[in-house]
Structure formats: C-alpha cells, structure tokens
Design a protein around this ligand. Structure first.
Ligand code: ADP
Ligand code: MG
Length: 351
C-alpha cells in the first residue's frame, strides 16, 4: 500500500554511514538553552542547572510494534518521538532533548529514512525538543528504532506512579480505545488488500480512529493546564497499554485498590462507531486496547472542584484500600474485577 518511498533509488551503501547521518540530521536546529553541544561529537553536552533530570527510552521493532505496509514513514518517525515524550510528560516534566537510533536493513532507501526523519523533525519542532544524537547501524532484517527522551522539572513537581492514597480521585485525559480501533481498521484493510490488490482500502468515516493510531500526540496541554491551576497530581502514568493495565500499575505501586465506573470512561463517538462495525465492545478497547497515550493520574479530594472544570479531563473513579481490589462498576451496575490482561465480562463479583 505505502511502499513507494521504499522503492526510491538511493542506496544506503552509496552514502556511507557518516554521509547518511549528515543527510538525516541536516536542518535540525537546537533551541533548548540546556543543549550545550548536540550532534557531531562523541557525546552531547547538556546543562540543566538546578532542575531534576528524567530520562526514558522506548524501542520499536518492525513487525512487532509497527507495520510499514500501512504506516507512513513520516508518521512512524513522529510517533516514535511522541511516545517517548509522553513518558516525560507523565512524570510532570518538560522534555528537552531526544536521541534517535536506528538499525536499518538494506531494504530501506535513503529517501525512506529521510521520510522517517521528516516526522522526527516535525515532532521536535512541535514539542520544542532538540535532537542531540543517536546511532545508526545495519540490521539483517527489518527496521528497529530506539528513542531516548530527556526532560527536566523542579524536584517538587515530579510526579511518579507512587504517591496516590485512598480516596484520591482517578482521572484520565482525552478519550480511550480509539487507537486500538484504528489498528483494527488498518489490519482489516491490509487483509482485504492482500486478498485482492485491486481493491482500494476503505478508510472513509474512520479518520479519527486512524489518526489516533497513526499520529498520536503527547498531552503537553494537560500538563500545562494542571500546572496553570497549581495542581500536582499525587500519581501519574501514561496510557500506553490500556486503562486496565495502567490502573494496575498505579495500584501496585501504591499498595491500594481502585474503583472505576464504566459510564465515566471517556470514549469518542467515532470509537463507538468503529467498535460497532467490528461487533466489538468499546469499553474493552478502552481498557485493553493501548496506544492512546493519554494520561492517567490521581488527585487529592481537595482538587476536585478545579479538576472537574478542566476541559478534556474525566474523573472516572477513586482509589480504594487494597482489600477492595480493582473493580469496574458497569453500566448495568455490576462489579467486575479488572484483569491484568483485560477484564472478564463473565465474572460477576456480586454472584
Ligand atoms: P560514534 O562512533 O561515537 O558512535 P557516530 O558516528 O555513531 O559516533 O555518531 C556521530 C554523531 O552523530 C554523534 O553525535 C551521534 O550521536 C550522531 N548520530 C549518529 N546516528 C544518528 C542518528 N540516527 N540520528 C541522530 N544523530 C545520530
Ligand atoms: Mg555510533
């Protein structure tokens, strides 16, 4: 479907490693005061003054985390950066620099890699981070991307997974399940295309969920809104693996339980519509789908009035004691236990 960039002509070996690095990193400009020295030496030099530094890395493997038959390479570069920035925001910190590393097979042309880097550049510009290094090497098969993001925050502002206490309110930003439904549509159209290459993929009406999958954003705006209101969440995590899994992390780190309400989980209309098309439960997509890159955080009761008024934030439940476990109250008022790998709709605690 989208392989034309890979069919471009310039071969990696003609350019050489250093020529390639120069070509890819051309046009990146450093904007952060803390970037003393960027690409070009044996190491970058960063100076953060008195702020605490947070660091996060993610690796993306072709065929495991992404599929280049339906992922535009520019989007891939953009997403690889954004998912790392999301981790930095989830610490209530500001991302400052990234490094971007690649293992590339000879199947990829110079143009294809430049396309990836055009997405990296767009993300760097939009989120105001500097690309200060990376590594470029070959792989026998497929593409592997590894991004490290570096951020800073005043010590008292950093929010960890640990810190929530009983009766704290559980909040999520944006809406959930969309990225998963987008993936289902892409997989379906890929299967159709394989069967019959004459058929054009039918994506119409599903733009929202496709965008959620292919071009996620990190919630810098949520961190800013909380900061403007002087709210420091008691705990926070980004939602990369689905709401259920992230709530479990929060409970584990805080030795507590949680109760959430199905009717409070934010799900976009388009996600419902796509789920319906697949005869799939939209709540399951929200709980177990993943890749939404929204923020899950807890706040003290004292902050309820303020957070209630913030647009795009949903209060979905509260922290309980450990003994109460992790439960979701369904629309039908059943109490269902949240499960590590999703939830079992047939297990009713009240029976
Ligand atoms: P070394 O041999 O010390 O590992 P390299 O030749 O790999 O150095 O890298 C030279 C410079 O280019 C370094 O600053 C490195 O961080 C940067 N660099 C290498 N690959 C990439 C890449 N894919 N993206 C951005 N910067 C890169
Ligand atoms: Mg190197």
């Amino acid at each position: 479907m989208l392989e034309d960039k890979n069919q471009a002509t310039s071969k990696l070996e003609d350019l050489g490693e250093f020529g390639l690095i120069d070509t890819l990193t051309e046009g990146f400009e450093n904007k952060q005061k803390s970037t003393q020295l960027g690409i070009g030496d044996d190491a970058a030099i960063l100076d953060f003054g008195n702020e605490e530094v947070v660091v996060s890395t993610d690796m993306l493997v072709e065929g495991v985390h992404f599929d280049v038959t339906y992922t535009p390479l520019k989007h891939l570069g953009y997403k690889a950066v954004v998912v790392n920035l999301s981790d930095i925001y989830a610490m209530n910190a500001t991302p400052r620099q990234i490094t971007f590393s690649m293992a590339v097979s000879s199947r990829y042309s110079v143009e294809a890699l430049q396309e990836i880097y055009s997405g990296v550049k767009l993300a760097c510009e939009f989120y105001n981070v500097d690309l200060v290094g990376g590594d470029t090497t070959s792989s026998l098969k497929g593409l592997v991307l590894s991004v490290t993001a570096i951020g800073t925050a005043p010590k008292e502002q950093i929010v960890k997974r640990k810190g929530a206490s009983e009766n704290d309110l559980i909040c999520v930003s944006g809406d959930l399940g969309g990225a998963y439904m987008g993936l289902q549509i892409l997989e379906r159209e890929k299967a159709v295309f394989r069967e019959n290459p004459e058929m054009q993929p039918d994506m119409s009406g599903n733009e929202y969920v496709l965008e959620r999958q292919l071009k996620p954003e990190a919630r810098r705006d949520v961190i800013k809104a909380l900061g403007d209101m002087k709210i420091v969440p008691t705990s926070m995590i980004d939602i990369s693996d689905g709401l259920a899994s992230e709530i479990m992390h929060i409970c584990k780190h805080n030795d507590c339980g949680a109760q959430i309400y199905e009717d409070k989980i934010p799900v976009d209309y388009h996600t419902y519509k796509a789920a319906e098309e697949f005869n799939f439960n939209a709540t399951t997509a929200a709980l177990n789908g993943g890749e939404d890159y929204e923020l899950l955080f807890t706040i003290g009761q004292k902050d309820f009035e303020v957070v209630k008024g913030l647009p795009g934030i949903s209060i979905i439940g509260h922290i309980t004691d450990k003994g109460a476990g992790m439960n979701m109250v369904t629309r039908g008022e059943q109490h269902i236990e949240l499960q590590a790998q999703g939830w079992n709709a047939f297990k009713n605690k009240s029976e």
